[in-house]
Ligand binder design. Sequence first.
Ligand code: PLP
Length: 406
Amino acid sequence: MIRMNEHYLKLQASYLFSDIAKRVSAFQEAHPDREIIKLGIGDVTRPLPMACIDAFHRAVDEMGDISTFRGYGPEQGYGFLREKIAREDFQSRGANISPDEIFVSDGAKCDTGNIQEIFSTDISIAIPDPVYPVYLDTNVMAGRTGFYENGRYHGIVYLDGTRENGFIPDLPKGKVDLIYLCFPNNPTGATISKSQLQRWVDYARENQSIILYDAAYEAFIQDPDLPKSIYEVDGARDVALEFRSFSKSAGFTGIRCAYTVVPKACEAFTGRGEKHPLNTLWHRRHTTKFNGVCYPVQRAAEAVYSDEGKAQAKALIDYYLRNAALIRQEISALGYDCIGGDHSPYIWVDTKTDSWAFFDQLLEKAGVVCTPGAGFGRCGEGYIRISAFNHYEKVEQAMRRIREVL
Ligand code: PLP
């Protein structure tokens, strides 16, 4: 008899955004004449930079010409893209990362979800709360947790992000093997300083742990003193992997391109204590299970590093940050404490009430969709996340409506 992976039965209901979508479509059916403004899911709304579109078109034409046609490419990404990434995103900021430490993929979601495969199933894991749900759910699926009780899975070390610690979790009390960190954070928008990040790297070095650093929102960082990469911190090359994405930095959510950095110095141990480089393990996993990102998409991603591409991508970020500033200003003026929005597209609002109840209130009274904080973990209860990914006029309209009903 065929057996299922019973760890899936431990997963909590459906994925957060499907729950939201169900409530929104039920509302829409009941009120077909009401226009809904979506400030919920973190999906971009602006078109791709023109430099990327031009490169995309040129690459599509190459595929139609016998002299420039390409079939399967290197699974870990074309050299032209990996070289640009290493130079522009890391070496230019003093971080010593080489092209063969970069693995191009079709998304940071897949990478942050799949990376756990290269670690043993019996390691201890620390995951922030609140945070992007993929880290937790993929470890549940892999059987690294016990059952769910009182809003938490047994067997996970939760790193609480609270108002008291400014949404920067404290170091774990004991020893943990694998640590997920996400800055600028989804959902809170909190950022981490170099000295705070240094403490995590030092902890990982002392405890032979590995940090999985999700920097999907680094492009939103405006303060030159804040680290965009964990490799700007001393010693991180030995203990940290980093995830990046073109989704939010250049509007690639629909065409899919991201990358993971696995420094050759990062190692994990066998049960007998023998060291193995994680770069080799991830290379094996990636080349076995993935067949490379579409060539025109990689050319479009390469164009992000051209002079025009950089200026156009920056204009996208500036646009969303302008929305974020408006949201933060308006919601604060209504008397709610907010963080985020200054180096992030997300504003984290203390609703002083149940977060799903506040979500329903905004939907029903203002026709505005946000994301209930409880969907990101127990510490998110009492908060909502408002996303700045929409058209400025829509954001203005949403704020007007919220002002009228709250
Ligand atoms: N990491 C974080 C923290 C995210 O919020 C998201 C998407 O919302 C992703 C990764 C996924 O990015 P991608 O579009 O590259 O899969």
